[in-house]
Design a protein around this ligand. Structure first.
Ligand code: AMP
Length: 281
C-alpha cells in the first residue's frame, strides 16, 4: 500500500505506471465500510492498479455542522484497504489546495434538470461541490474506470454526465448498495447513530421495500402511508419520493411502464440518512 498526500507525489507515482496498465479509481470520503470495500474489490478485479481517494470535501457540504461532525478514521481505513487490496494506492490530499488551485473555477456540466430534484433541492450547492471535486480527482488520477455506489443514485447519474461531457475515455461503473443483514444501507454516517437509532434506521429500507412492491398497485397512497409510518417512528422526513431512474423526475402516473425507483432522505436526530430501491415492475 502507498499513502500519498500531495498531487505532486501522485503525479510521480502514476508516471512510473505503464500506459497500457488499467487504473481503477474509487473516490471516498473515508470512514470506510463494506460498501466502500465492495467498490474497491470490483476495481481490483477489473484493473491492474487501484487508486482510492479519501477526502472529506467541504465544498459539497451545504451544512457546516454536518461537515465538522463527519466521521474520520484514516488509520482504520488504511487497515481495511490493505486487507482488501495489498497494492492499493491511497490518495488522501493533505489539504484542499492539492485539488483546487487558487484560480479554480467551478466546472460546468449540462445536467438536464437532474440537479434540481431531491438531493439537489434539499442541499443547495451540494452537487456542484461533488462535480468540482470529482472533476479534479479525475483530472489527477487518469483512471480507465471509476466506481460509484447506487446508494447515492442521483450523484451516480450526475457523475455519468460529468464523465460523458469532460472525460469521454473514462468508464463509470455503478455498484448496487451494500446493506446489513436486516436491510440497512451501510453509510459512514451510521457511525453517528446510537445503538437504538441504528436499529430504528432499518425502518427506512422497510418502507422503501413496501413502496417498491406496492407502488404500481396503490400509487402515491403507499408513499403517503409509509411517510406517515416513519414520522410516527420519530423520523423527520426530508423527502420520500418515487422518480424515473433516468430523469429523476416524478412518474406520469403509477401505472407507467417507466423504470422507477423509490428514494428517501430522513433525519434521525440530527443525522441525515438516504437510501433508494428499484420499484418492482
Ligand atoms: P462516500 O464516502 O459516502 O462519499 O462514498 C464513496 C462511494 O461509496 C460513493 O460512490 C458511494 O455511493 C459509495 N457507497 C457508500 N455507501 C455505499 C453502500 N452501502 N453500498 C455501495 N456503495 C456505497
Amino acid at each position: 500500500m502507498q499513502l500519498i498526500e500531495s498531487s505532486r507525489d501522485l503525479k510521480s507515482v502514476l508516471k512510473i505506471i505503464n500506459d497500457d496498465k488499467k487504473v481503477g479509481f474509487v473516490p471516498t470520503m473515508g470512514s470506510l465500510h463494506e460498501g466502500h470495500l465492495q467498490l474497491v474489490r470490483l476495481a481490483k478485479q477489473g484493473n491492474d492498479v487501484v487508486v482510492v481517494s479519501i477526502f472529506v470535501n467541504k465544498r459539497q457540504f451545504n451544512d457546516s455542522k454536518d461537515f465538522e461532525k463527519y466521521p474520520k478514521s484514516l488509520e482504520a481505513d488504511l487497515l481495511l484497504l490493505q486487507a482488501v487490496c495489498e497494492e492499493v494506492i491511497v490518495y488522501a490530499p493533505s489539504s484542499a489546495s492539492e485539488l483546487f488551485p487558487e484560480n479554480f473555477s467551478s466546472v460546468k456540466v449540462t445536467l438536464d434538470g437532474i440537479e434540481n430534484e431531491m438531493e439537489g433541492k434539499s442541499r443547495p450547492g451540494h452537487f456542484q461541490g461533488v462535480i468540482d471535486v470529482v472533476h479534479q480527482f479525475f483530472s489527477q488520477v487518469h483512471a480507465s474506470t471509476a466506481y460509484f455506489g447506487e446508494k447515492d443514485f442521483q450523484q451516480l447519474a450526475i457523475i455519468r454526465m460529468l464523465a460523458e461531457q469532460h472525460f469521454p475515455q473514462l468508464t463509470i461503473v455503478g455498484v448496487p448498495t451494500i446493506r446489513n443483514s436486516r436491510g440497512l444501507a451501510l453509510s459512514s454516517r451510521n457511525a453517528l447513530l446510537t445503538n437504538e437509532e441504528l436499529i430504528r434506521a432499518e425502518e427506512v429500507n422497510k418502507s422503501l421495500s413496501e413502496i417498491s412492491s406496492k407502488y404500481h398497485l396503490l400509487g402515491d397512497s403507499i408513499v403517503f402511508l409509509e411517510t406517515s409510518r416513519l414520522k410516527e417512528l420519530g423520523f423527520v422526513i426530508d423527502y420520500i419520493a418515487v422518480a424515473n431512474s433516468e430523469t429523476l423526475k416524478s412518474p406520469l402516473n403509477h401505472e407507467t411502464k417507466e423504470s422507477l425507483r423509490a428514494f428517501a432522505a430522513v433525519f434521525l436526530g440530527n443525522v441525515r440518512l438516504i437510501d433508494n430501491v428499484a420499484i418492482k415492475a
